[in-house]
Design a protein around this ligand. Structure first.
Ligand code: NI
Length: 256
């Protein structure tokens, strides 16, 4: 069954039918979901979701666009929640120079601080990086992220840089973007990266795959991603599903 490693079911776009949608996952071959906190209020919402649904696990952290709301009090909350039996990662954390909502120095400071928490709590990290290729890799290498481990979610950089992340033992989160016609670079990355380093994700409610591009995304769209990865790798869809599930278990060791 499918292991969905990155979704935001606390988003208000799911307010109308969240319960119904999540309760339909099992019958649609979705075994596990990691709900990833992004804004500060997403931390508490993630805790509620993982306590309500047996198959939902959580990642706690603050997205680079939101670090203006981050302070030591919130860091204490994050740290406390890391020891929750269903918290499997610190995330999503990283750098976003595309929206550029917070100055780079501030983004880098909180990226490092949250990496430190992951290291202390022995949890992997879920990295968000957009238009910040050189700084993200630089900060992670300097901060010895290879000792922490994790996944670069919605990977959007080059094959050459993928090699650097592979050398650090990082996984690559692959979602709807891989189905886009203009995603030539990402298709090359998926062809290059070993199956053992790929994870399935959606970033729901964002980034729905073709043929639902532009609509609200959900984990139910993952089969379109699976089918494109299978085509690129020349393997069966079943193999993509099984291998990525094994990979997710290897990285997120608290999932039973
Ligand atoms: Ni996300």
């Amino acid at each position: 069954m499918i292991f969905e490693t990155h979704a935001h079911y606390d988003d208000e776009k799911f307010d109308e039918d969240r319960d119904q949608l999540l309760n339909s996952m099992k019958e649609n071959n979705i075994e596990y979901i990691i709900n990833v906190a992004a804004a500060v209020k997403g931390i508490k919402a993630t805790k509620e979701l993982m306590e309500k649904y047996p198959f939902v696990y959580g990642a706690v952290g603050v997205h680079p666009d939101e670090v203006g709301d981050l302070d030591e009090e919130v860091m204490t909350q994050i740290r406390a929640l890391c020891s929750h039996e269903k918290t499997v990662a610190v995330g999503e954390i990283g750098l976003d120079y595309y929206w550029d909502k917070e100055n780079h120095k501030n983004q880098i400071y909180w990226f490092k601080r949250q990496m430190d928490v992951a290291r202390e709590e022995k949890l992997p990290i879920i990295v968000h990086s957009r238009d910040a290729a050189a700084d993200t890799l630089g900060v992670m290498q300097e901060h010895h992220a290879e000792e922490i481990g994790g996944v670069v979610h919605c990977y959007s950089y080059s094959v050459e840089m993928a090699r650097d992340y592979l050398n650090m033992g990082f996984y690559f989160g692959i979602g709807g973007v891989v189905t886009f016609n203009n995603a030539k670079k990402l298709k090359e990355v998926v062809s290059y990266v070993p199956m053992e380093s790929l994870l399935l994700e959606t970033d729901s409610p964002y980034l729905a795959p073709v043929p639902n591009r532009g609509k609200r995304n959900s984990s139910l769209n993952i089969p379109y991603v699976v089918s494109e990865i299978a085509r690129l790798k020349g393997v069966s869809e079943e193999e993509v599903i099984e291998q990525t599930n094994r990979n997710a278990h290897k990285l997120f060791t608290k999932v039973s």
